[in-house]
Structures are given as structure tokens and as C-alpha cells.
Design a protein around this ligand. Structure first.
Ligand code: GLN
Length: 490
């Protein structure tokens, strides 16, 4: 079996029929990570127990016990998700030494399904960024070309997955952080509907927007992961009671007659020629598959980026107040605590513990929430957000899914935008409205740029309509230009 290509099902079947052991699979990916990670900086912490965990699965199999649907599948986890006994930093100095006493629900469910956790993946600090350049643990590289960013904030997940340092990875998406890096690295990334996946044990950035999801090598593997991680969790009251479909069993490339919405507002934007070409090619392919195109309008998408940065920064300023140097996390080194005043204690600790981008968001958010500005900024943004959601609900009465690019350009070079905050924020122009409206969205690799970098197409689905976008992605994947292509590190 070729572990560089094998899907989850193939590996699970081979492990359960003892053609290969979970230990062998784990060893393969650990060795590959040891070889390639120094170049990519995708993993920032390896698990000390991966081989033991794999051996436990093999033991169960040899004793005839039942194992989960992902038995022996090796995963990397974004460092936003708590992992019991395994350092979890959210990419920040603030949590440099934090070892969680419990697993996030997503991690528990993956482990119960038989997944072996290899280690933790690099990311932008507290998931704030689009290039993985704000990580306290250093930049992460795009395995297709190491001069380029892998995207962000789930840059480590994207880089590790594209280079096949793991069979699957988990990312989080607050405004595009699963879809954008997936597009930049040629993998499949799904942001589930808000409420589909439990946020319990995930470091909170903007609680009304955050969702975790798969970043994997194929649509089928994404469907298989979703089946495991989705569903109600009593530890997160925002999770839905809706039953979780058997996404993988319902996959079909027959999408004839499906209605695909084209957003009028997105047609106006200026696209990089390679993205434009890929987008047009995807329309062409879908047409051949017999879909029907429908023009739809969601006029408030025009305000998605400012709305997103205002709301997410406000929620972040509140969520990140917990990092005070008292309860846990980093504390500045004080000579004499007894003579210290509390404000100085906080500001010294927080001043040293957070990076520049995180501080910018906290200041922006605190400003928007302060009395006198709350109504004018935060409340106004929340009202417009509700209207945006309503506009999408209307649009989805006319179509099954909306097709668009993920970003206006392919992956950019390291350092190219790190000093230009606005250019970095504008990268999220096509992705943030999905989160604001609580919808589901994904990126599926479809084209290659003139420099040989992958370009993904975005499908946005109505609430709890993951199956529809998975099926359209499955159809696109079958004719994708990226199919069978691998980054040069292979
Ligand atoms: N790039 C966006 C930001 O910096 C999105 C981040 C995310 O989805 N976590 O906020």
C-alpha cells in the first residue's frame, strides 16, 4: 500500500485485516515528519505516545475487539485544540507551557474512532492571520514552494497535509482559516455549519464564528472525518441536535440538475488571472456535468470584511481577557510581586505574552465594545450580520450551493504582506461571510497557477447542507487539474 496516497478507508481496512499494523502506519508518518518537518515547520510538537496509542489499536484488533471507522489513521491536530497531556499553545508564547488536562471533543471523537494523534500543528497566533506568519513558533512553509506561505491561520495543518506528514489534519475556521490554506496547498478543507461540530476544548478566538473541520487529501476523507467529528455535544450548548448524515456513503459525482449560484457581487472583483482561469474552468466543467447556473445576489457581502474584523476582534478581546498571568499561561518575570500593582502586573504579562497582531485585535475589539462605541460599532455590525444571514437564506431558496474562488490570488510569498495589515485582511474577502452567516463552506483543489501553485475553488452551502457541497466538490475533484499532482517535497 502506498501510504502517500492511500485514503482513510483503504488504511482502515488494511489495519483491521492486519495487512499493515497501526504501528507501521504511525512509524511511516513519524519518519516522514522527522525528515521533512525541519524544512516546513508544520508540526510544532510531536506526541510522545503516538506509537503506544497505535499499539493499543493493534492489540484491540488482535483480540477481536471492535475498532472505530478510522482505526490506524494518523492525524495531526491544529494547536488550537486541547489535547490531554500534549502541549497546546494556540501558536502563542502565552500558552508556551500549557498542557491541557483534557481533550477537545473533536479530539476525543477522533481517538474513539481509532485515530492516532501524531502531534500538534503550527498556526497563526490565536488563529489570527492568513499566512501563519504570526506564530510564536516561527513561520511555516508551503511544500509546493518554500518561498511561499501555506496560508493561515491553519498553515501547519495545510503544509503537513500537502506534504503528507500525516494522513489527515484538523484545522479551525473563524473567517477562512480552513478554506484559504487548503486552497493554497492543494488539499480539501471543509468548514462545517456553525453548530455542527463541538467547540468544547478549542481555544476560543471568536466564539460565534469558530468551527473546526477536516483538512485532508480527498473529498471522501473529508466526508469520513465529518461523520466522526460532527454532532451534538452536551459540553457545547451551541451544537445542533440534527442527525449527522453518512456523508461518505452518500457521495456521488452525479450532480446533474443541481443549481449552482453565482454571486453577482463576487463577479465584480478583480481576480488574479490564474484564479480567474481556474474559476472559468470550473464553471465549464460543471456545465458539462449538467448543472444549472443561477444568478444570486447577497449585497451585504460588500461589508463582510469590516463586519468580520469588528465582530471577531470584539469577541477576541473578551475571550483573551482570561490570559492574565494568574490562572495559567505565561507570567512575566517579576522580581518582587509584593510591591506590584495589579495593572502593571497584567500589562507586563500581556505585553510580553501576546504578539503584535493579537494586541492589535484586542485593542480594536476593546475599543468597539467600550461604552459610547458599543452601539455604533459592535451592535451595528451584529445587526448587519443578521441581515446578511437573511440574504443568504433567500439566495439559497434559488440554488443548492454558491461557487466562487477562495481568494483573489494564489499563495503569496513569505514576508510579502506581513507588513501590510489591510492587504492581509482583504485576503478574506470571499471567506468571511460564510462564518458570519453560519453557513458551511469548503475548498477543493482545481487548478494550478503559472508558478505551479495549487488553486482551490470554494463551494458555500446553506445551513447543514454539507452533503450538497461535498457532492459538487467530489464531482469537481474527479476532473481537477491538481489530481495526481504532488508538491516537490514528495
Ligand atoms: N484571516 C482571518 C483572521 O485573521 C481568519 C482567521 C481564521 O479563520 N481563524 O482573522
Amino acid at each position: 500500500m502506498d501510504l502517500l496516497k492511500a485514503g482513510f478507508k483503504e488504511v482502515k481496512d488494511a489495519v483491521t485485516t492486519k495487512k499493515i499494523s497501526a504501528v507501521e502506519v504511525t512509524k511511516f508518518f513519524l519518519a516522514r515528519t522527522e525528515k521533512l518537518n525541519p524544512k516546513l515547520n508544520a508540526f510544532i510538537k510531536m506526541s510522545d505516545t503516538a506509537l503506544e496509542d497505535a499499539a493499543a489499536i493493534d492489540k484491540k484488533i488482535s483480540q477481536g475487539e471492535t475498532v472505530g471507522p478510522l482505526a490506524g489513521v494518523a492525524f495531526g491536530i491544529k494547536d488550537m485544540l486541547c489535547t490531554k497531556g500534549l502541549r497546546t499553545t494556540a501558536g502563542s508564547k502565552m500558552l508556551e507551557n500549557f498542557i491541557p488536562p483534557y481533550d477537545a471533543t473533536v479530539v476525543t471523537r477522533l481517538k474513539n474512532a481509532g485515530v492516532v494523534v501524531l502531534g500538534k500543528l503550527n498556526q497563526d497566533e490565536f488563529a489570527m492571520g492568513s499566512s501563519n506568519e504570526t506564530s510564536y513558533f516561527g513561520k511555516c512553509k508551503n511544500p509546493w514552494n518554500e518561498d511561499y506561505v501555506p496560508g493561515g491561520s491553519s498553515g501547519g495543518s495545510a503544509s503537513a497535509q500537502a506534504a503528507r506528514l500525516a494522513m489527515g489534519t484538523i484545522g479551525t475556521d473563524t473567517g477562512g482559516s480552513i478554506r484559504q490554506p487548503s486552497s493554497f496547498t492543494g488539499i480539501v478543507g471543509v468548514k462545517p455549519t456553525y453548530g455542527r461540530v463541538s467547540r468544547y476544548g478549542i481555544v476560543a478566538f471568536a466564539s460565534s464564528l469558530d468551527q473546526a473541520g477536516p483538512m485532508v487529501s480527498s473529498v471522501e476523507d473529508a466526508a469520513l472525518t465529518l461523520e466522526v467529528i460532527c454532532g451534538h455535544d452536551k459540553m457545547d450548548s451551541t451544537t445542533s441536535q440534527k442527525p449527522v448524515p453518512e456523508f461518505s456513503k452518500n457521495l456521488t459525482t452525479n450532480i446533474k440538475g443541481m443549481k449552482i449560484g453565482i454571486l453577482k457581487e463576487y463577479e465584480k472583483g478583480v481576480l488574479h488571472p490564474d484564479v480567474e482561469k481556474t474559476y472559468r474552468a470550473s464553471l465549464e466543467s460543471l456545465k458539462k456535468m449538467g448543472v444549472e447556473f443561477v444568478d444570486v445576489s447577497v449585497s451585504l457581502t460588500e461589508f463582510a470584511v469590516p463586519m468580520y474584523y469588528l465582530i471577531s476582534a470584539s469577541e477576541a478581546s473578551s475571550n483573551l481577557a482570561r490570559y492574565d498571568g494568574v490562572k495559567y499561561g505565561f507570567r512575566a518575570d517579576f522580581k518582587d510581586l509584593s510591591s506590584m500593582n495589579l495593572d502593571d502586573f497584567y500589562s507586563e504579562t500581556r505585553g510580553q505574552g501576546f504578539g503584535t497582531e493579537v494586541k492589535r485585535r484586542i485593542m480594536l475589539g476593546t475599543y468597539c465594545l467600550s461604552s459610547g462605541y458599543f452601539d455604533a460599532y459592535y451592535n451595528k455590525a451584529c445587526q448587519v450580520r443578521r441581515m446578511l444571514r437573511d440574504q443568504y437564506v433567500e439566495a439559497f431558496k434559488k440554488c443548492d450551493a454558491i461557487l466562487s474562488p477562495v481568494t483573489t490570488s494564489p499563495a503569496f510569498k513569505l514576508n510579502e504582506r506581513s507588513k501590510d495589515t489591510l492587504a492581509m485582511y482583504m485576503n478574506d474577502i470571499f471567506t468571511t461571510s460564510t462564518n458570519l452567516a453560519g453557513l458551511t463552506g469548503l475548498s477543493v483543489p482545481f487548478g494550478l497557477s503559472s508558478e505551479g501553485l495549487p488553486i482551490g475553488m470554494q463551494l458555500t452551502g446553506s445551513h447543514f447542507e454539507e452533503q450538497k457541497i461535498l457532492n459538487i466538490a467530489y464531482a469537481l475533484e474527479s476532473v481537477s487539474d491538481v489530481k495526481g499532482k504532488t508538491p516537490h517535497v514528495f
